[in-house]
Each structure stands twice: as C-alpha cells, then as structure tokens.
Design a protein around this ligand. Structure first.
Ligand code: CS2
Length: 466
C-alpha cells in the first residue's frame, strides 16, 4: 500500500515568506532556476520577496498556490541530482490579476520590476520601436486610454499601467530589470514602454525620467521544461509531492548593469556580476550559446535529432556548431583565448546527458531569435565581403524549418513568417530578410548561398535515424 506523500509547504519545507519588494512578470521555469535562485541565495533573502505573475497561461500559479509558492530546483549534475527548495516567491498570481499588480506598484516598498516574457513579449517591431500595428498592442492602448487600471495583455502596457498607478500613489523611484535574451534589453524595453506611454498619457514621460532606472542584464542558465519524471524524482528522493519542480543545469550566470535607487538584494554576494556595460557578455552569450542553440534547433532537427545533447554528440552537427563559432567568435569584442574557453565550456554544457533540452522548444519564435543571434554576425561578414558557410547554414535551416522540415513551427509571428516562406528557397529567403532585416538586401550572392546550403541540408534529411 502506498501512503500519499505530504505536499510541499512553507511551514514544513521552506522559510517564511519575505516581504514583497520585487515584482516579476513572466514566471516560467527559467526565472525559477535563475532570478529566484539568486534571490534565494542572497544573504538578505529574508528581506526580499518576489511577487510573480504568470504569462498568458495560469498553470504555474495554479500549481504553486497550494504549495505557498515553494518549488524544488533539481540541479542535474554529472554525479547526480541535487534538490533544493526555493522559498523566494512570496506570492504567485495569474496574469490577469491586475488589481494585485497595481497594488504592488503603488507600494513604496516595491523596489524592482523584473520581466522574463521571451523576446516576443516586448512587442518590438523590426525598427526596435513598439509594434503599434499589432492588434494586442492597439487594444491595450485603447483600454488604458479609457481606464488606466484596465487589464491589459502586453508587457509594455502592463508596465505603463503600473507606472500610472505608482505615479498617482507618489510611491517614488524603482528599477526595471529585464531578464530576456534581447540585446541591450534595458534600453530596448525602455523604448517600447516610452512609445506606449506617449500614446496613453504623454505626461508620464517626465515621471519616468525622474523615477525609473532602466537596468540591463545578461541571463544564462539552460532550463528545460518540467515533465512527470521530475515530479517522480522529487517524490522518490525528498518524500514530498511537488506539482511543479524545475530541472536545470549546474552552470548559471547573471550579469547586471544599472542603478537601484530603491535598493536591491545583495545579489552580488550570491554570484551576480555587476558591471558598467553588459554588452560584451551579452553578445558573447547571444551569438555563441543562443546562436548555436538556434542552429541546432533548425538544422539538427532536419537530421532527426531531438535534444541538444544528442545533436552535439553527432560529429556532423558538432562540426556545424564549430563552423558557426568560427564565424561568430572573431566578430566579438573578446580575445581569442576568451572565445576558446567559452566554446569549450559550452560544449561541456551542451553535452550534459542529464539535461534533456528539447530542440523543438528552442525552435520556437525564430522570427525573434534569428535577427539577434545569427544575423548580426552574418551582416558583419557581408560588410567585409565574405560569405561563410557557418553563418549561412543557420539561416538556410530556418527557411527549411518554416517550409515544414525539422521541428514544428511555433512563432509569435507565425502567419507573417510562414507566408513569407512560401515558394522556393530563394524567394522565401528574400521575403524573410525583407521582413526582418531589409538592410541586408539586395544580396543575390547571399540568397544563392542559402539555396545551396538548403539543398545540402535536404539531402541529409532524417540522416540521424538511418
Ligand atoms: C534557448 C535559451 O530556447 C532558447 O531559445 O536558446 O532559452 C537558452 O537555453 C538560455 O538562454 C540559456 O541561458
């Protein structure tokens, strides 16, 4: 007979909820393995609780509410799993709980607003400004014009609503700290929020200038989705039931630049690197780690691979990754030694057989990822008159992906990119570049190279399973 296990709870397994001083939008596995873990390990964790809001799916709030916001972080080390209960989420809310969100923003004790909403969540157009013709953005602007406390869908609108409430309450300064893989994420976020504010209440700009510090950060920790295997591992090892544990890798990095006028946890004592300029760290990570991730997500799934560890164990894929790094590395503002040791560390991380990171998960939202992970290095190469295979291949694989090869297509701009990818590879490549990087056109040589690479990839379709 099996006895039901107790549910994970704050009184039995965690520490008391800290007062909320950080509000977070987008509580997925990544934040729970990263920001919440750093906050847990800050020496002043007892002073810094996080109130977290889900994205559009309320699942995480539903799973975490009955366990007081607690969850188990499972670190998948070569020598075995390490289990740790994380207590830093003091409250977890569904996205639509607008009244709760606005109340946090009205509180002078709230010092930091953080976001992990994916690249697509910032609603940026190709020029980096707010995508004003997006239907959700337009609806949010209209809603806030009618009622500043309205429930909105997009992140820039939620932030503007929060700022209006904070200004009305006279609650003073705070820091906005984005935690997504976007270049220059602080200034990028500021631009879309300012664009939206200008349409809702132009007088908010002066308040933002005086009260909002925009920090920038590079975030890194490979964090797959949760499966039943993790729930079972926690029950077997820890003897309690956790509906929503998070698996992650041992490596973690967070590099932050910016001011914190209302304070911050002693994150530096927990391993966060505070710098004046995040850019070199962020480019290194976006191009080398995320760029090779996207390459594998499209090209290795055409071969038939399912996970990063499987893909990188295949000498063909490993060669493609190395070729991409050979192109991206010299374009980075880093020494050859730094690039070499970062590459070696990445191969170790990618090869971790205990982290089952699905390529299909990484393949999502290429329209947001290709322009910041792959095209910057390719653009620099074209400007120098070069056309390296290593940078053409990821683009060719993405075009094929959109035409139905490899991982299934799931994209924030699904209709636009799938429509652009119709026709032959040459037409598709031109249409996609026109959509995402019109400055790179016309370029017949590049288009011809993409066509040739796509043919090579097609010839190897399914090769991993043969
Ligand atoms: C991945 C990232 O899904 C993806 O696009 O490239 O989530 C990656 O695992 C993280 O940025 C690692 O820090």
């Amino acid at each position: 007979m099996t006895t039901a296990l107790p549910r994970l709870s704050r009184s039995a397994h965690g520490r008391p909820a800290a007062p909320v001083r950080i509000v977070h939008l987008g509580i997925g596995n990544f934040t729970r393995a990263h920001q919440a873990w750093y906050t847990e390990h800050a020496p002043d964790a007892g002073e810094w609780g996080i109130a977290a809001f889900t994205g559009r799916r309320p699942d995480t709030a539903e799973a975490l509410a009955p366990q007081d916001g607690l969850y188990t972080l499972i670190t998948r080390r070569a020598e075995g799993d390490a289990f740790e209960v994380i207590s830093s989420l003091s409250a977890v809310h569904a996205a639509a709980e607008t009244a709760a969100f606005l109340d946090y923003l009205r509180a002078p004790t709230t010092a930091i607003l953080t976001t992990t909403v994916t690249e697509a969540g910032y609603m940026r157009g190709a020029d980096g400004h707010l995508a004003v013709d997006n239907a959700d953005v337009a609806a949010d602007i209209a809603a806030l014009q009618a009622d500043p406390t309205a429930t909105t869908r997009t992140t820039p609108a939620k932030v503007v609503g929060g700022f209006l409430a904070r200004r009305a309450a006279g609650a003073g300064a705070l820091t906005v700290l984005p935690c997504d893989n976007l270049p220059d994420n602080g200034p990028s976020f500021r631009t879309v929020v300012q664009d939206l504010a200008a349409r809702v209440d132009p007088t908010l700009q002066a308040w933002m200038d005086e009260n909002v510090a925009w920090a920038t950060s590079m975030v890194d920790r490979i964090t797959p989705a949760t499966t039943d295997a993790e729930r079972q591992a926690v029950a077997d090892s820890e003897g309690y039931e956790d509906a929503s544990p998070v698996p992650t890798e041992p490596f973690s990095e967070w590099v932050v630049a910016g001011a914190f006028p209302a304070g911050r946890p002693a994150w530096d004592a927990a391993g966060v690197t505070l710098v004046d300029d995040v850019r070199p760290f962020e480019q290194r990570k976006l191009w080398l780690l995320n760029g090779s991730h996207s390459l594998m997500a499209y090209a290795a799934t055409i071969l038939g691979h399912e996970t990063v560890a499987d893909a990188v164990a295949d000498p063909t894929v490993r060669g493609w990754v190395e070729e991409w790094w050979d192109v991206a590395g010299p374009n980075l503002p880093l020494s050859a030694e730094e690039v070499t040791s970062y590459r070696a560390a990445l191969l170790d991380r990618f090869s971790n057989p205990r982290v089952r990171h699905l390529l299909a998960q990484i393949a999502a939202d290429g329209s947001q990822k290709i322009p910041v992970r792959i095209l910057p290095a390719l653009r620099l190469e074209r400007q120098a008159g070069r056309l390296p295979d290593g940078a053409v291949r990821p683009l060719a694989a993405w075009v094929l992906h959109l035409q139905g090869h490899g991982a299934p297509v799931k994209d924030a701009r699904q209709d636009d990119v799938v429509a652009a990818a119709q026709g032959d590879v040459a037409a598709a490549t031109t249409a996609l570049l026109r959509l995402l990087a019109p400055d790179m056109l016309p370029d017949d040589e590049l288009v011809a190279a993409v066509v040739a690479k796509a043919e090579e990839l097609r010839a190897q379709e399914g090769a991993a399973g043969r």
